[in-house]
Design a protein. Structure first.
Length: 98
């Protein structure tokens, strides 16, 4: 026989939630304590070929892989240009004429 469409279902029992054990508070750290001096800043050398590693991986496995690879290379080149500009502005370039 067919079961009625609106048969009452027994309420599902919920598993009782367990209380998480009280965790110990971390020890307070003195963030204002004197720290060791930082090492001297080394000059930053300008990279010669920023997209070489990306190109060595080959074309991405997506439609239009070579076009996408070109876009990725442009993004890496732009990021390298911004990093060099920041290094130049901080007077950290090894040879500013390179």
């Amino acid at each position: 026989m067919n079961q009625p469409a609106h048969q009452a279902q027994a309420p599902r029992s919920r598993p009782q939630q367990r209380r998480k054990p009280q965790s110990r508070r971390p020890q307070a750290a003195d963030i204002w304590r004197p720290h060791a001096p930082l090492p001297p800043v080394e000059p930053i050398a300008a990279p010669h070929e920023v997209g070489a590693l990306l190109r060595s991986l080959g074309d991405p496995p997506i439609n239009g892989g070579s076009a996408a690879a070109n876009h990725f290379t442009m993004v890496v080149e732009r990021a390298a240009a911004v990093a060099l500009a920041l290094a130049f502005s901080a007077d950290l370039l090894d040879d500013p004429n390179a």
